[in-house]
Structure formats: structure tokens, C-alpha cells
Write a protein that binds this ligand. Structure first.
Ligand SMILES: [Zn+2]
Length: 488
């Protein structure tokens, strides 16, 4: 009997012990999970900003897309238009935002942001007029009066519309400030370096995870800090060594001296509104990419860019150029090597070389050897005719002399095994392509059977993002961008 009693007591003690162990471990995991619910924004002082590593513990890693999941009312229609609230018609950041929207062919409406937060009508006959709202100045949003802020909040939650805002610190900005109405603390005027893209961020689409090493441009960076689990870092950078930001002065409670979030996303868990906030303007290239991704994410891919890109690099004037400025054998080998390297990123990447036969072998001895080597590698590249003597086609008024020039270049090509059936040509300085010089199109078709050419003049040279292609006389004119022109 006593043995049985003792055994029962032991068993009870054992069970009690087990139960308390379970409880303690539960408490411990809950503590670690929730006390550090946004680990991306509390990262320690690691020397290397290995963004993805600490985030592997993030409970938000496997978030479904879209997040938060569509509430039942999101059948409400919104137009695919962005409302951009700028500081003035000429403010730089406002223009940068607009340039990105225009380049992506996204529709938008620009308004000057009022101090009180007044907004243009947001709805029309039961549907939303905007799918996204961008504030050039985040403070205009934060400091809007209560009435306007509530109006905007209601619109954003009912129509599932997100907000993007930029904070740019000035000399007069307090070093630490709390954003009105949101559980966010901003730390201003920092110098940062080694910016990395947080790999688990659900907004990434065009942007790939990785680290951009070196100093970030400017010393006026603002970073965001929050204890709320709704906030996740998108970009993290290190405080520059020796800078005030790294010395710990003015550091509020919870500030990490290590990684600083320069872009954060608000998942909408705090008040139902999803936001993406930037701690500087768009001068930094990664901010531009993240903005495009943020637009796509916050509009549930309503305003998005595809991932396919077609790249053609034309190198014209391949034999043209003064003695001493032309390609020698070393340059030709480097060109081939570069092509090889680019092929490891871009399948079938091939340089497209434009030739004017008249100038073949008109360089120094070394440069003439360069010409020969190019022709030895003739099959490695693509080729296009660029007029025999680099004359501008619009200067030829009669078609027969234009034909004559083209025939000379074609004879040169045949003589040197340069392919003549690519169907693509570029006129020197794109002359005669737009405004259309009829004789050029006709001569191209007759001598070369040209089907595609390019220009950067249609309908205007500037700004480049407005350029378009067109078709004339069955020849397709694609948009071109000149990167370098060594002859001019
Ligand atoms: Zn040229």
C-alpha cells in the first residue's frame, strides 16, 4: 500500500513538474515572440547587415498575399489612379514621384497638399476615385486635422487603399520625433551605409534582396522604429561609424545602434490602413525601385510592371572616328569579353554593331588591326548598316543617290561576310526617321529590306519618358536612348 501511495505521490509531483516546465517554456516563447514582435526593426549591432538572417525568426515570414487578407468589402471598385499630394507644383520630390508614375504609364492626379489636410472628393457614385495616395511630405498626412484624417482613414479602410509617405529631414528637424497618430518614432539626420533589402518583405517584386555596399548619399537619412507588429523594415542600413547616430546620444529607449530601417511597411494591423514610409526622397536608386514595388503592393498589383525586359545595345560608328580614338585589338577583345559576361545575366545578349564601310582601315596601324579582328569575330556579333559614309539621309533629296550610298555599304558587307538580312538599320543621328524623310524609308526597303529602325525624337526628344514608337511605310520605329556617343 505504502509503495502504491508513494508512487502516486511521485507521479503527481512529476506531472506538476512537467506542467510547470510547459508553462515556463510557453511563457518564455511568448515573451520572445511578442516582446520582439518586429525583430527586423530591433536588430542588434551586428557588423554585417545580413538582413535575411535574423528575420528567419519573424512570425510574418509566411504571410499570405495580400495581407491582411481581403476583407469582404473589397469588391468596392476603385479607379487605377494615384492621388499625389505634393508640396508645390515645382518641388523636386513631387516631380520625382510624378516622373516614376509617368515612366510606368500609371495614371495619377497631382494636387497641392493643404496644411489642414483638405482632400479632393475621394468617391464618385459609390466607387473610389483613387487606388493609392502618395504624400510627398509625410507630415502633411500626420498633421491633417482630425476631420480630414478621419475622412481619409474611412476611405482607405472601406476601399482598401494604401498610403505612401516620405519624410525628409532638414537641419531644423528634431533628432527624434514621434509621428502623430501612429506608433512610430522617427530618427532624423543620420549618415548611413550598407543598405540592404529585407528578403522577407512581402512587397518585393522588381527589387531583389541583397546589399548595396558603401555610404548612402547624403547625411539626412531618417529611420523608423516601432514596437508594433504591424511595422516591418523593407530597407535596412547601418549607422555610419563615428557619426552622431552611432554614438548613442539622444538614443531613445529601444533604439538600436545597429541597423536602421529607412523604409518601413505598415501591414495594416494597427488601424486597418496599409502604408509604406520612406526616410528620404528618391535620390537613392533603391528608394526608386522600392517605390515602384510599393505602388504595386499597395494597389494589390492593380498598378504594376511586368518582369520581362528586352534589351538591345546598338554600338554605331564601329569604323568611324578620328585616328587615335578608334578600337584596337585590345578593345575588340574587351568587347567580346563584356558580351560574354553579360550573357551570364541576360540570355543571348549580343552587341549590335553599326558599320559605315567607307571608314574601314582609316585608323592607326593598331586600330586597323582592331578593324580586322572585329571582322574575324564577325559571327560573334549582330550588325546593322549605318550608311556608307556616315552621311545624314535627310541631306539626300533624290532617292537614287541615297540608294547608291546604301548599295556601297551593302557591297562592303557582302565582301566581309557581314550579315545583310537582319532587317534593322539606324540612320546617322537618326536623321530622316522622324520627321519622316520618305526617300529614306523607300531606299531602306529596297536595298536592305529594313523592317525595324529607331529614333529618340518621336514625338519629342525630351523628356525621354514621353518618347514613343510608331510605324511608317511598314517599318517599325522603336524608341531609342543614347547612352554614350564618343564621336560627338
Ligand atoms: Zn553614327
Amino acid at each position: 500500500m505504502t509503495v502504491a501511495v508513494r508512487f502516486r505521490r511521485h507521479l503527481r509531483r512529476l506531472l506538476l513538474l512537467l506542467a510547470s516546465c510547459c508553462l515556463i517554456s510557453l511563457l518564455l516563447s511568448a515573451y520572445f515572440l511578442f516582446s520582439n514582435s518586429s525583430p527586423s526593426m530591433h536588430l542588434g549591432q551586428s557588423a554585417e547587415p545580413a538582413c535575411s538572417q535574423p528575420l528567419s525568426m519573424s512570425p510574418y515570414r509566411q504571410l499570405p498575399y495580400p495581407y491582411p487578407p481581403n476583407p469582404p468589402y473589397t469588391h468596392v471598385h476603385t479607379d487605377a489612379v494615384v492621388l499625389v499630394l505634393v508640396e508645390s507644383q515645382y518641388s523636386q520630390l513631387g516631380q520625382d514621384i510624378v516622373a516614376i508614375l509617368e515612366s510606368a504609364h500609371f495614371q495619377f492626379r497631382m494636387e497641392i497638399a493643404s496644411g489642414k489636410g483638405d482632400l479632393p472628393p475621394l468617391t464618385e457614385k459609390g466607387h473610389g476615385r483613387y487606388s493609392l495616395i502618395i504624400y510627398e511630405n509625410l507630415l502633411k498626412y500626420a498633421h491633417a486635422d482630425t476631420w480630414n484624417r478621419q475622412l481619409l482613414h474611412q476611405y482607405c479602410t472601406e476601399y482598401r487603399v494604401g498610403i505612401i509617405g516620405f519624410y525628409r529631414s532638414t537641419e531644423n528637424s528634431p533628432s527624434v520625433l514621434k509621428l502623430r497618430g501612429l506608433p512610430l518614432i522617427l530618427r532624423t539626420n543620420q549618415a548611413l551605409w550598407d543598405c540592404c533589402v529585407v528578403s522577407s518583405s512581402p512587397l518585393l517584386h522588381l527589387t531583389k534582396p541583397g546589399t548595396d555596399r558603401g555610404a548612402l548619399p547624403g547625411e539626412d537619412w531618417t529611420s523608423f522604429l516601432s514596437n508594433h507588429s504591424s511595422y516591418q523594415a523593407v530597407l535596412l542600413a547601418r549607422a555610419k561609424e563615428g557619426a552622431a547616430a552611432g554614438s548613442g546620444d539622444n538614443a531613445g529607449p529601444g533604439f538600436s545602434l545597429g541597423l536602421q530601417a529607412t523604409v518601413v511597411q505598415d501591414m495594416g494591423l494597427y488601424d486597418g490602413v496599409r502604408r509604406v514610409l520612406f526616410g528620404q526622397g528618391l535620390g537613392y536608386w533603391l528608394h526608386r525601385l522600392i517605390l515602384v514595388d510599393a505602388i504595386s503592393y499597395l494597389t494589390d498589383r492593380k498598378l504594376t510592371l511586368g518582369l520581362d525586359r528586352h534589351i538591345l545595345v546598338d554600338i554605331d560608328d564601329i569604323f568611324v572616328g578620328k585616328e587615335g580614338t578608334r578600337m584596337n585589338t585590345k578593345d575588340v577583345k574587351a568587347l567580346l569579353e563584356t558580351q560574354k559576361q553579360l550573357r551570364s545575366y541576360i540570355s543571348n545578349f549580343t552587341f549590335n554593331l553599326g558599320f559605315s564601310g567607307k571608314f574601314y582601315h582609316t585608323g592607326t596601324v593598331e586600330e586597323d588591326e582592331g578593324d580586322d579582328l572585329l571582322l574575324k569575330y564577325v559571327d560573334e556579333f549582330w550588325w546593322f548598316p549605318h550608311m556608307w559614309s556616315h552621311m545624314q539621309p535627310h541631306l539626300f533629296h533624290n532617292e537614287s543617290s541615297l540608294l547608291e550610298q546604301m548599295v556601297l555599304n551593302k557591297e562592303f558587307a557582302l565582301e566581309h561576310n557581314i550579315p545583310v538580312d537582319m532587317g534593322y538599320a539606324v540612320a546617322p543621328h537618326h536623321s530622316g526617321v522622324y520627321p519622316v524623310h520618305l526617300q529614306l524609308y523607300e531606299a531602306w526597303r529596297r536595298v536592305w529590306n529594313i523592317r525595324v529602325t529607331s529614333t529618340e525624337e518621336y514625338p519629342h526628344l525630351k523628356p525621354a519618358r514621353y518618347r514613343k514608337g510608331f510605324i511608317h511605310n511598314n517599318i517599325m520605329v522603336r524608341v531609342s536612348r543614347i547612352i554614350v556617343n564618343h564621336n560627338n
